[in-house]
Design a protein. Structure first.
Length: 1182
C-alpha cells in the first residue's frame, strides 16, 4: 500500500515543497531554512518513480527502481545558495553534517536463515550540475528550535568519494513476528563534492541474495507458516514490498490475549477478560505479583506464552507502573511497555501488540474497563453524529520542516473527510483556545490528531491540561488520540496527560477518551508525524482498524525509513488503552444473522451467516469459557469450530462484532442431539388451475403439497413441525407451515395441512421446483430437500394453409393479394392449456393484418388445434418476394402468455401439387417412367396429392430406373432459393452414408445443367450401379416429410428444376415423394426465355451485396458481343474494370475482389454490350 501511495504522489501537480504532504516526503526539508525558494521539477524520464519486484522465488529477490525526476529547491546558508532535493513520497538521509539527499527505503521479506546482501545488476546514470548541496541538521527534538542550530559541513564535503558511498545497501535483517525482513536502501542521488555535481541514477536493478558471513536474527524452522494471525496479515502486506497474499491465509480465529493485572484491580481485569472471551478472543490472565512484580520476569512469561502452540497476539496491562512495572528503552531509557513486544531477534520490530489501562484504584479500573466494553458493545447512540466527527489540534510552528503543524493536521483532516467522516474540527494557533477544545470534545469525536508542543500534563497549543480533561462533559462519546507532543505519554508520573485522557470520569459521570498513542519522552519534530500520517492512512484505507493495528503499522513505517531515529520513536511511544479494540468511524450499522437457533451437544461446529459482512467475529461463550470463535468469509459465512464441546443442555451466548457495525448478542440454547432422523418420504400434489386441473403443477397455477415424513432414526421424534421454503425463482410458498406430531422409528407421519404454493406463469416447462424443508422437533432439527416438476404448454405453428381464392388460388400469397390463413397449432409442452386465444402480429409494413384475433380454446399436452376464425392478411403490391416472419401471441388461463413464430413465403413461384400436372414434364431417362401424381402421401396442409417416383399400384419402384421430373421454366433474379418437402423410402448400401438408390435435384440454366446441393448437403452419396455417377449426392434411406432448401444466389435467367430418381439392378423401396415446391427470388420468365435469344435482355446481379471484400457479378448476354463491366463511384469515376472484350451469349459469373484502398460507401456496377447498358447499386462496407 505504501508503494501505491508513493506512485500516486508523483501524478499530482508539483507545488512548492512546503505545500506537499505525501507520507514520508515531509521529512525532506527538515532543519532547512524556511526561506527555501519555490521548488522546480527536474524531468529525467517519461517513466514514473517506482520500485517494483521483477522476480522473487523465496531465496532471491530482484528489484527495479526507476526515477522520473526530482524536485530541487534553493536555501541560503551563510550568504551562499545551496540546493536541496526531494523525491516525492520518499525519505532522506538525516546524518548531521552530511548532504541531505533523498533515498528510497523499503522493507523486503528475506529467507529465514543466512547472511544477506544486495548486489547492483544494472544501473543507468547521468551527471546533474547541482552546485553545493545543503547539509542535514539531523532529526532534532521538538524542544529545539532548528533555527538556533547552525549548519555544519562534515567529512562528506571533503571526501574524494560520493555521498552516499554506495548506490544500494541492505540493512541488518530483522524479525517481524512470523517473518524475516530487511530494509533495502537505494540512493538514486549521490553528491560528488569535488565537482559539486550529482550522480543521478535514473534506473537501477538490484538483487537481494544470500551472502557469506555471519547471519543475524535468523528463524530456525522447517518452513514459513502458511496461516498467519488475522491482526498481523494486513501489516505484513503493508511492510513487505514483496509480500504475496496467495501464499498465506489468515488463521480463522483471533489470536490469544494476555491480561496482566495487579491483585487490587483483579475484578476489573477479570471483567475485561470475560468480555474478550465473550467477544471471541482467547484470553489468559496473569497476576504480576506472582512474579514479584519483576518486569524482566513478566517479559519472560510473555515470551513463554508467545512461543506456545497457541501463540500470543495481544498483551493488556491493567494498573499503574507502581502496580505492574514497565520496561525501559535501551537507547534513551524511555518508559517503554512496547519492550514487552520485542520477543524474536534483537531488532525493534514488534512481535505482538501491547497496551496499558493505567488505573490506580479499583473504582477507576472498573470505570475504564466499562468504557472499553461499552465502546464495543453498546456505544452512545443518542447523538450519532459523533461517530463521523474528528478533531485536529496543532501549533503554527514548522520546526523548519516547510510545513506547519497546522498544515499537517489539515492534511490528516482531508484524509478523514475523504473517508467516512462528515466533520473535522480544526483548532490551530494562533487562534486556538481551550474553549474550542472543550466544544469539539464535548459534542463528541472518534478521532483526535494533535501536533505541537506538550508536557507531561498539557498541550502547548491552547494549554489544555489534565484538569481540563477532568472537566470534560462528553459522556460515553469516547475518542482516540494520536498524539505528536513531548512527554504527554509519560505514564511513570502520578497522572500524565495521556493517563488523564483514559482515567477521567466515573460510572456516573463518564467523559474523556478511549485511549492515546503518545510519547513518554521528548520526541523529535518529524518522525512522529510520519507515524501519525501512516496510522491515519491505514485506518482510512481499511488496511486495519484496531487501535493496536494502526499504531503498530504507523511505528513500523518509521522503523523502515528513519533508522536509529525510528528505533528511538518506537521505544518512547506507548498505547494507553485497549489495543484490541476496533475503532468506530461511522454510525454503527445493524447486523442480520442467519443460523439454526439451537446448538446440539457434541456438534463440532456451528454455522452462522452474517448477511453481507466479511470478517465479522462470531463467538460462543458461557460463564468464563470461550467455546469457539471465527471470522466470516467473503460471503458472510462462518462455521465456528468449537474448541470446547458443551456436554449437556445449557444456554450459550452468541456474540457478533464487526467493524463499524452494532454488536449483536443472542442466547443460543444447547440441546441434546436427537437420535431420530427425519426425511421427506412422499409429496402428494393437488393443483388448482383454471381449466387445467390434472394432478400436476402447471405454470401459473396454485397447488397444495401434502408431505409425508419418514423417521429413519433410532428414537421417536416429537413435536414435529416443518417449514417449507422454495429455492427456485418464480415459486412462492404462501402457506409454509405444517405439524407432523410424533413419528416413531421406521414409521411415517403426514402433515396436518398441505403447503400452499403458487407458480409464476413464466416458469419454463420442465423446470425442477426445488424446495427445502426445515424440520424442527422437541429435540432435534433436520433439513431435507425435494423437487417436483413444473409443467407448461409450449406452442408452435405446425403448418400454415393459405387460401388465396380471391387471387390466383395457388395456395401462396402474392403481391397485391389478400388471403385467409389457417394455422395448425401444436402444444409441444408437457402442460395443458385452456381458454387460449391468438393474436397475429406482422413484422413487415408490407404485410397488413386485416383480421388478427382468433380463438383456440383448450389444448392438452401433445394436442393440436386450429385457430378460428381464420386470420386475414393482405400483401401490398410493393412487397418483395421473400419469407416473412410473423408471430402469434397466445394468451390463456393461468396467466399463460407466449409467442410462436413462423415464416410465411410471399410471392415467387409455388406449386402445392393440388391442381394437376400443369406444365410439369416427366420422362424416363432409362427404364420405366414412374413419376406420377399420387394421393398416397402429401405434405400440404389440407392437401391430397404429391409427386411420386414409384409404382402407382402400390408396392416398390422399379430396378434400373432413372426418372426425371422437370418443373416449368422459372425466371431467376440472381438471388433466392428453391424449397420443397420430400418423403422417401429407398435402398441403402451396407457402407455408412452410401445409398444404392436415391433422388437428387438438377437445374438447367442457359443450356447448362447444374447439380444443386441443399443447405447442409445431401445425406448420402450413390454407390456404383446406377445411371448417375458414383459419389453423386442423394436423398435416400427412410425419412418422413422433410423440408429442404437450395440456395439460388447468383443464378440469373430462365431455369428448369429437374428431380432425378435413380435405382440400381436390385432392391427397392416405396419411392420418393415431392410436394410444395417453391422458388423465391423470381422474375417474369418471358423476359429471359432461353427459347428466344433474340428477345433476351441484358441482365446483371451482384451477390453478396453489401460487399465486404468480394462479390460475384452474374450477367447474361442476349447475344455474342463485346462487353465492358466496371465499378464506378458515386461521382461516376471508374474505380475498377472487372471484365472487357468479346464474350458469347449466355450467363457469365465473374468474381470481383475489392481494392483495400476503396472507402466504404455507395458504388455502381455497370455493364455495356455495345447497344445496351445496365447498372446495379452496391454498397461497400468494412
Amino acid at each position: 500500500m505504501r508503494r501505491i501511495e508513493r506512485e500516486c504522489s508523483r501524478a499530482q501537480s508539483r507545488p512548492a515543497i512546503g505545500l506537499r504532504w505525501t507520507g514520508l516526503g515531509v521529512a525532506l526539508t527538515l532543519a532547512l531554512s524556511a526561506s527555501a525558494v519555490q521548488a522546480e521539477w527536474v524531468d529525467l524520464s517519461p517513466d514514473r518513480t517506482e520500485m517494483r519486484v521483477l522476480q522473487d522465488d523465496g531465496a532471491r529477490t530482484v528489484v527495479e527502481c526507476t526515477i522520473d525526476g526530482f524536485e530541487r529547491s534553493s536555501i541560503n546558508v551563510d550568504g551562499l545558495d545551496y540546493s536541496t532535493f526531494l523525491l516525492p513520497g520518499e525519505t532522506v538521509h538525516m546524518t548531521p553534517g552530511a548532504p541531505q539527499l533523498p533515498t528510497l527505503r523499503h522493507s523486503f521479506m528475506i529467507p529465514d536463515e543466512g547472511a544477506m546482501m544486495v548486489r547492483v545488476l544494472e544501473r543507468e546514470t547521468l551527471v546533474y550540475p547541482s552546485g553545493p548541496v545543503a547539509p542535514s541538521k539531523g532529526h532534532l527534538k521538538r524542544t529545539v528550535d532548528p533555527a538556533s542550530v547552525p549548519f555544519e559541513f562534515g567529512p562528506a564535503y571533503t571526501a574524494s568519494t560520493a555521498f552516499p558511498e554506495a548506490p544500494a545497501t541492505l540493512g541488518e535483517p530483522y524479525i517481524f513476528r512470523d517473518f524475516r525482513g530487511a530494509v533495502l536502501e537505494l540512493n538514486p542521488l549521490r553528491y560528488l563534492p569535488a565537482s559539486q555535481e550529482l550522480e543521478v541514477t535514473t534506473r537501477m536493478v538490484v538483487e537481494i541474495v544470500r551472502a557469506e558471513g555471519e547471519a543475524v536474527n535468523e528463524i530456525h524452522r522447517d518452513a514459513p507458516p502458511q496461516m498467519v494471525d488475522q491482526e498481523f496479515l494486513p501489516l505484513y502486506a503493508t511492510v513487505f514490498d514483496n509480500w504475496s497474499d496467495e501464499y498465506y491465509t489468515p488463521i480463522p480465529e483471533p489470536g490469544r490475549c494476555l491480561i496482566i493485572s495487579h491483585p487490587s484491580l483483579w475484578s476489573a481485569a477479570t471483567r475485561l477478560a470475560e468480555w474478550k472471551l465473550q467477544k471471541g478472543i482467547p484470553t489468559m490472565m496473569l497476576d504480576g505479583t506472582t512474579l514479584g512484580n519483576d518486569a524482566n520476569l513478566i517479559k519472560t512469561y510473555v515470551e513463554d506464552r508467545f512461543f506456545e502452540a497457541g501463540g500470543l497476539t495481544y498483551v493488556i496491562i491493567v494498573g499503574d507502573v507502581q502496580q505492574v512495572p514497565t520496561l525501559f528503552g535501551q537507547i534513551e531509557n524511555a518508559p517503554s511497555d512496547v519492550q514487552y513486544s520485542r520477543l524474536v531477534g534483537t531488532d525493534f520490530y514488534p512481535d505482538l501488540m501491547v497496551s496499558r489501562l493505567s488505573c490506580q484504584t479499583l473504582d477507576n479500573a472498573d470505570y475504564v474497563v466499562e468504557k472499553m466494553i461499552r465502546y464495543e458493545l453498546n456505544p452512545e447512540m443518542g447523538e450519532t453524529q459523533w461517530f463521523t466527527k474528528g478533531t485536529g489540534i496543532a501549533s503554527a510552528e514548522s520546526g523548519g520542516t516547510g510545513l506547519t503543524d497546522c498544515q499537517r493536521v489539515q492534511l490528516l483532516e482531508n484524509m478523514l473527510l475523504d473517508y467516512t467522516y462528515v466533520e473535522v474540527d480544526r483548532i490551530c494557533d494562533p487562534t486556538a483556545t481551550k474553549t474550542m477544545v472543550f466544544n469539539a470534545l464535548n459534542t463528541g469525536s472518534t478521532m483526535v490528531n494533535y501536533i505541537g508542543h506538550g508536557s507531561g500534563t498539557s498541550w502547548g497549543t491552547t494549554g489544555f491540561n489534565v484538569t481540563d480533561i477532568h472537566n470534560l462533559n462528553n459522556d460515553w462519546k469516547s475518542c482516540f488520540l494520536l498524539d505528536v507532543a513531548c512527554t504527554n505519554g509519560q505514564y511513570t508520573m502520578n497522572e500524565s496527560f495521556s493517563e488523564a485522557w483514559l482515567r477521567a470520569g466515573s460510572m456516573s459521570d463518564p467523559k474523556a477518551g478511549l485511549g492515546t498513542y503518545g510519547s513518554s519522552l521528548v520526541c523529535s519534530w518529524v518522525p512522529p508525524c510520519i507515524m501519525q500520517n501512516e496510522a491515519n492512512r491505514l485506518l482510512v484505507e481499511e488496511v486495519t482498524n484496531t487501535v493496536g493495528g494502526i499504531c503498530m503499522g504507523g511505528i513500523m513505517e518509521v522503523l523502515d525509513t528513519e533508522g536509529q531515529d525510528g528505533r528511538i520513536l518506537f521505544e518512547e511511544y506507548n498505547i494507553l488503552g485497549d489495543c484490541t479494540i476496533p475503532l468506530r468511524t461511522t454510525v454503527p450499522m445493524a447486523l442480520a444473522l442467519v443460523h439454526e437457533g439451537t446448538y446440539y451437544v457434541d456438534s463440532p461446529t456451528y454455522d452462522v451467516t452474517v448477511t453481507g459482512v466479511e470478517n465479522a467475529l462470531v463467538s460462543l461463550y458461557r460463564d468464563g469459557v470461550l467455546y469457539g470463535s471465527g471470522y466470516t468469509d467473503a460471503s458472510g459465512v462462518v462455521s465456528v469450530p468449537l474448541d470446547v464441546l458443551p456436554t449437556e443442555p445449557m444456554t450459550l451466548t452468541l456474540t457478533v462484532t464487526a467493524y463499524n457495525h452494532e454488536t449483536l448478542v443472542q442466547d443460543l440454547p444447547v440441546e441434546w442431539a436427537s437420535l431420530a432422523e427425519m426425511l421427506v418420504d412422499n409429496v402428494a400434489i393437488a393443483d388448482f388451475g383454471d381449466g387445467t386441473v390434472n394432478g400436476q403443477i402447471e405454470a401459473g397455477e396454485t397447488a397444495e403439497l401434502l408431505l409425508t415424513l419418514r423417521n429413519d432414526g433410532l428414537e421417536a421424534a416429537t413435536g414435529l413441525v416443518g417449514e417449507l421454503n422454495a429455492i427456485t425463482p418464480g415459486v412462492t410458498v404462501t402457506q409454509p407451515m405444517a405439524n407432523y406430531g410424533t413419528v416413531v422409528p421406521g414409521d411415517t407421519g403426514v402433515g396436518d395441512q398441505p403447503y400452499l404454493i403458487s407458480v409464476d406463469p413464466t416458469v419454463a416447462d420442465g423446470t425442477q421446483l426445488v424446495f427445502e424443508l426445515a424440520i424442527d422437533a422437541d429435540a432435534g432439527q433436520w433439513d431435507d430437500g425435494f423437487h417436483v416438476t413444473s409443467h407448461a404448454p409450449v406452442f408452435s405453428v405446425k403448418w400454415v394453409h393459405v387460401d388465396d381464392a380471391t387471387g390466383d388460388a395457388d395456395g401462396r400469397l402474392d403481391a397485391g393479394e389478400t388471403g385467409d390463413l389457417l394455422l395448425m397449432i401444436e402444444n409441444q409442452g408437457s402442460g395443458d392449456a385452456a381458454g387460449l386465444s391468438g393474436h397475429l402480429l406482422s413484422g413487415s409494413l408490407s404485410l397488413i393484418v386485416q383480421s388478427g384475433v382468433a380463438d383456440l380454446g383448450d389444448l392438452a399436452s401433445g394436442g393440436e388445434g386450429t385457430l378460428d376464425p381464420r386470420f386475414v392478411l393482405n400483401a401490398l403490391p410493393s412487397i418483395v418476394d421473400n419469407r416473412y416472419l410473423l408471430n402469434v401471441r397466445f394468451t390463456g388461463n393461468n396467466g399463460v402468455s407466449q409467442r410462436a413464430s413462423f415464416f410465411l413465403p410471399v410471392g415467387g413461384w409455388f406449386d402445392n401439387v393440388e391442381n394437376g400436372e400443369g406444365e410439369w414434364v416427366h420422362t424416363p431417362v432409362t427404364g420405366v417412367d414412374e413419376w406420377h401424381l399420387s394421393t398416397d402421401r402429401n405434405a400440404s396442409p389440407l392437401g391430397a396429392a404429391a409427386w411420386k417416383f414409384g409404382s402407382s399400384e402400390g408396392g416398390t419402384y422399379a430396378d434400373d430406373s432413372d426418372g426425371m421430373l422437370s418443373s416449368p421454366s422459372i425466371g431467376l433474379s440472381g438471388s433466392g432459393e428453391l424449397r420443397f418437402s420430400y418423403w422417401i423410402d429407398a435402398e441403402l448400401d451396407g457402407e455408412p452414408g452410401v445409398a444404392r438408390d436415391g433422388g437428387y435435384v438438377e437445374m438447367i440454366l442457359g443450356g447448362e445443367t447444374v447439380l444443386l446441393t441443399p443447405d447442409g448437403g445431401y445425406p448420402y452419396t450413390l454407390a456404383a450401379g446406377t445411371s448417375a455417377p458414383e459419389g453423386t449426392g442423394v436423398f435416400s434411406g427412410q425419412a418422413g416429410w422433410n423440408e429442404v432448401v437450395f440456395d439460388l444466389e447468383g443464378y440469373l435467367g430462365a431455369a428448369t428444376f429437374v428431380f432425378h430418381f435413380v435405382s440400381d439392378a436390385s432392391g427397392s423401396g416405396e419411392g420418393w415423394y415431392v410436394d410444395d415446391v417453391s422458388v423465391l427470388g423470381t422474375q417474369d420468365v418471358s423476359a429471359v426465355d432461353p427459347i428466344g435469344p433474340a428477345t433476351l435482355g441484358l441482365q446483371l446481379a451482384a451477390a453478396p451485396n453489401p460487399v465486404v471484400d468480394r462479390t460475384d457479378l452474374v450477367f447474361q448476354l442476349p447475344e455474342n458481343g463485346t462487353v465492358d463491366l466496371g465499378i464506378f463511384d458515386a461521382n461516376g469515376r471508374r474505380v475498377a474494370t472487372v471484365a472487357s472484350g468479346a464474350m458469347d451469349a449466355g450467363i457469365h459469373r465473374v468474381e470481383w475482389t475489392r481494392d483495400a484502398a476503396l472507402e466504404s460507401g455507395v458504388y455502381f456496377v455497370r455493364i455495356q454490350d455495345g447497344t445496351n447498358a445496365k447498372s446495379q447499386r452496391i454498397v461497400l462496407v468494412k
